[in-house]
Structures are given as structure tokens and as C-alpha cells.
Design a protein around this ligand. Structure first.
Ligand SMILES: Cc1cc2nc3c(=O)[nH]c(=O)nc-3n(C[C@H](O)[C@H](O)[C@H](O)COP(=O)(O)OP(=O)(O)OC[C@H]3O[C@@H](n4cnc5c(N)ncnc54)[C@H](O)[C@@H]3O)c2cc1C
Length: 397
């Protein structure tokens, strides 16, 4: 039997995981990346793997948050491209999905994928893609004394006294008044994880080539800025740019950039655990050289320059509740675009062209869900049998 060839467009976590799992299923794989591996949002994000808590962004409170953000430029949720009519159209559709009923339906749609997340990480690890995966709980800290009691309950949640929490994570400052601990979570250094994945894909005979893909034509002809490549299967995994290639292929759910920012600071003593600060909307992750502070949800063009003052506002908010951090050491400043769908549900599966698939739109959870997406989609492509976990993520919905 001849080996089937696959092209994966996009070298982020979703594209590279899909490439790796396609190789597991016997495909000869080439990844086409317009810039470099990790050029999108998979690079300096918070790196949390928490499938039990990976819920759609279309939570009922999101619209209220967004309205606050319209009038305060330092707010963690904002829109900065009002002159673009397609942004209005996207936000109207997004807001219409922020009802309790639709959010529950979206949550249910994602549950199959979440249920397979850890298995996919374990499969990668069993084959040596282990770099930087740390199994550890996440501490959630509030200034408000009673707030931790309102954190959504679940079997993964443990109540913790503030003293016990500070003992575990010395960076939790005296302003913190209530804490819970989330267990069964992991975190990765996303850049190291991507480097490991791309190395593994190439070790197994795959190629990673610099190409900007401009179109995919029937007959699985991948048109790039340099050439046209005929292949058997193509998977579009271009993150927040997904719609550019998938809209002509019948994918009507739009994907827009929800930009986030991060930076790294040195700490007096190494940070043992990730810390979530819900009131400040900040995720803090131990990385080499200190603590990465990540946050902000800004609807703006992916290519727009980073907005001034964003990182200062994040640092001020974090400094109010963390201690033992040297804020003068701010480094590795980064902005990345989460791929956000208008209904909060990823798009994973066939497009209307035979042999061409879409994989993206994971929003805030692409690290958590990337490996499972690759595992399930590769299996679906290899066998021709739709994966039940992906049915509700149908790109042609
Ligand atoms: C601040 C922040 C914190 C986050 N924290 C977490 C977290 O803790 N846990 C979690 O699960 N998720 C987190 N996320 C979300 C996660 O980063 C994303 O969901 C995930 O990285 C999306 O991966 P992707 O592969 O779909 O897209 P990307 O990583 O954006 O990759 C897409 C790739 O496609 C390439 N590309 C685009 N167009 C073309 C083209 N035409 N031709 C060729 N190549 C192309 C791009 O250059 C890019 O490299 C966070 C995001 C941000 C911004």
C-alpha cells in the first residue's frame, strides 16, 4: 500500500500535534508555516492543562465584562477595532451566544474533547514528547474574603486556608484573603513543548517548511506564496487566521483574534505552583527564570501593534496581591492571538472539500485541547470514521 501524504498548515500546538498523530497513523507529513514554529499564540501563553475547567468563553457574564471594557482601556477585556464592520458582526454573534442555555450546550460540545485531553498528553509522553510537562495543582487566590466559596465546585477542588496556601506558594501576598486549590492539573512551558514536538515530527521523517498558504483548491492542491503542492490530505490549523483559508471551504463559524499578553519576572524564591488571580484576570506560571504573568482579552486585529500600557496595568494588578517578585526584571514581553469562535466551540473536522480539514478555534484552551484534537482528528482522517468526540465541533455546523 502506498503511504498517504498529508500537509498541515500552521506550526502552532494544534498543527504540530495533528502532524505528530498523523505520523502515528502512518502518514508522511509536511507542516507549512508562514513564519516560524510558535509564531502564533502557542508560544508564551500560560501553558495550563486543565480539561476539567476548560469551558467556552461565551459565559453569560462575558457580555457584561465586555461592556465594562469599552469604557476603560486598562480593563482586562476590551475591543479595539470598532471601525471594522466585520468585528461588529462577530461581536454581535458572539454576544448572542452568551446565554446560559447556549453556553451549557457549548460546554457539552467540548466535553468529549476534554475527556480525551490527558490521554493524548500521555501518548505524546510515552513516545518521548515530555519536555516541560509538570504535574502540579493550581492555587486560586482572591482579595475578597468570601470569594473563593463561589468558585465553581467540582471533584478537583480543595479548600485551603490562606496560611497553608502561602506556605505552598510564597508568592501569595498578604492581600490574599481566600484560596482554593485545583488538583489534577498540569502545566507546560509552551515554547519548550513546541520545540520538542517539532523535533519529534522531524525525527520521524516529517518536514517543516516556510510557506505562506494562500488557498486550498479542490483535489487537495495547496497553493503557497512559492508553489502549488498536490497532496492526499490537508489540515488547516492556522490559529486566529483560520477563517481566511476555511471560509471559502464552507466554514461559516468565524474565528477572530482574542489577544493576550504575557511577561516574565524574577522571584526571590522559585515559584512552586501556578497561581490564578480571578479578580485581576491573571494566570501566573512558574517558568525558567521566574514567574510568567499572562492575561488580557483584547479583540483587535492580530497584526496590530501591542497596545501601550497593557503590560504596566497587568504588572500593577499583580503587584497588589503577589510578594517576593522583582517587578524591575520584566522580560520576555509577548502578545499572542487566541483563536476565538463566535459560538465558543472549536472547529475540528471536514470542510466541504474532500480531503481538506479544519482544526482550530480553541480560544483560551488550545494548549489543553491541542493534543486531543490532533489525536482524534488524525484517527478520523486515517479511518474515515467520524470521531464521536468531534461531532459537535463540525466545521460545517
Ligand atoms: C495570554 C494567553 C494565555 C493562554 N493560556 C493558555 C493556557 O493556560 N492553557 C491553554 O490551554 N491555552 C492557553 N491559551 C490559548 C492557546 O495559546 C491557544 O488556544 C493555542 O495556542 C492555539 O493554537 P493554534 O495552533 O490553534 O494556533 P497558533 O498557535 O496561533 O498557530 C497557528 C500557526 O499558523 C501559522 N499560520 C497562520 N496562517 C498561515 C498561513 N496562511 N500559512 C502558513 N502558516 C500560517 C501561524 O504563523 C501560527 O504559527 C492562552 C493564550 C494566550 C494569548
Amino acid at each position: 500500500m502506498t503511504t498517504r501524504r498529508a500537509i498541515v498548515v500552521g506550526g502552532g500546538i494544534v498543527g504540530l500535534c495533528t502532524a505528530w498523530f498523523l505520523q502515528q497513523d502512518g502518514f508522511e507529513v509536511t507542516v507549512l508555516e508562514r513564519e516560524s514554529v510558535g509564531a502564533g499564540s502557542s508560544w508564551a501563553n500560560a501553558g495550563w492543562v486543565m480539561p476539567a475547567r476548560a469551558v467556552p468563553l461565551t459565559e453569560p457574564g462575558t457580555v457584561r465584562e465586555g461592556l465594562h471594557g469599552l469604557f476603560r482601556s486598562s480593563h482586562p477585556f476590551s475591543v479595539s477595532s470598532w471601525s471594522d464592520p466585520s468585528m461588529w458582526w462577530f461581536l454581535t454573534r458572539f454576544a448572542a451566544n452568551c446565554t446560559r442555555r447556549r453556553w451549557e450546550a457549548a460546554r457539552h460540545a467540548m466535553s468529549g474533547l476534554n475527556g480525551r485531553c490527558l490521554e493524548a498528553f500521555d501518548q505524546l509522553a510515552a513516545h518521548g514528547v515530555t519536555a516541560s510537562v509538570t504535574h502540579s495543582p493550581i492555587l486560586v487566590g482572591y482579595r475578597d474574603r468570601g470569594a473563593a466559596r463561589h468558585f465553581p465546585v467540582g471533584p478537583d477542588l480543595i479548600e485551603l486556608s490562606v496560611e497553608a496556601a502561602q506556605h505552598k506558594a510564597p508568592q501569595l501576598g498578604s492581600a490574599i484573603q481566600s484560596v482554593v486549590e485545583l488538583i489534577d492539573t498540569r502545566h507546560v512551558d509552551p515554547a519548550a513543548f513546541l520545540a520538542d514536538l517539532s523535533h519529534a515530527v522531524q525525527e520521524r521523517g516529517g518536514y517543516i517548511k516556510a510557506r505562506n498558504v494562500v488557498e486550498i483548491r479542490p483535489g487537495v492542491r495547496v497553493v503557497t506564496h512559492l508553489d502549488t503542492i498536490k497532496t492526499d490530505v490537508a489540515v488547516i490549523a492556522t490559529g486566529s487566521r483560520l477563517s481566511t483559508l476555511t471560509r471559502p471551504l464552507g466554514v461559516r463559524t468565524p474565528v477572530r483574534a482574542g489577544r493576550g499578553y504575557s511577561f516574565t519576572v524574577a522571584t526571590d524564591v522559585p515559584a512552586p505552583y501556578p497561581i490564578y488571580l480571578p479578580e485581576q484576570r491573571l494566570a501566573c506560571t512558574p517558568v525558567a527564570g521566574g514567574l510568567r504573568i499572562a492575561g488580557i482579552m483584547e479583540f483587535a486585529p492580530e497584526s496590530a501593534p501591542a497596545r501601550e500600557g497593557r503590560l504596566d496595568a497587568m504588572a500593577r494588578a499583580a503587584a497588589g496581591v503577589l510578594r517576593g517578585v522583582d517587578w524591575s526584571t520584566r522580560a520576555h514581553e509577548w502578545v499572542g492571538s487566541r483563536p476565538i469562535t463566535s459560538d465558543g466551540i472549536p472547529v475540528v473536522g471536514s470542510t466541504r472539500i474532500d480531503g481538506v480539514y479544519a482544526a482550530g478555534g480553541h480560544g483560551m484552551w488550545g494548549v489543553t485541547q491541542g493534543p486531543a484534537t490532533g489525536m482524534l482528528l488524525a484517527r478520523q482522517i486515517a479511518t474515515g470514521e467520524p470521531a464521536s468526540e468531534l461531532l459537535a465541533l463540525d466545521p460545517l455546523r
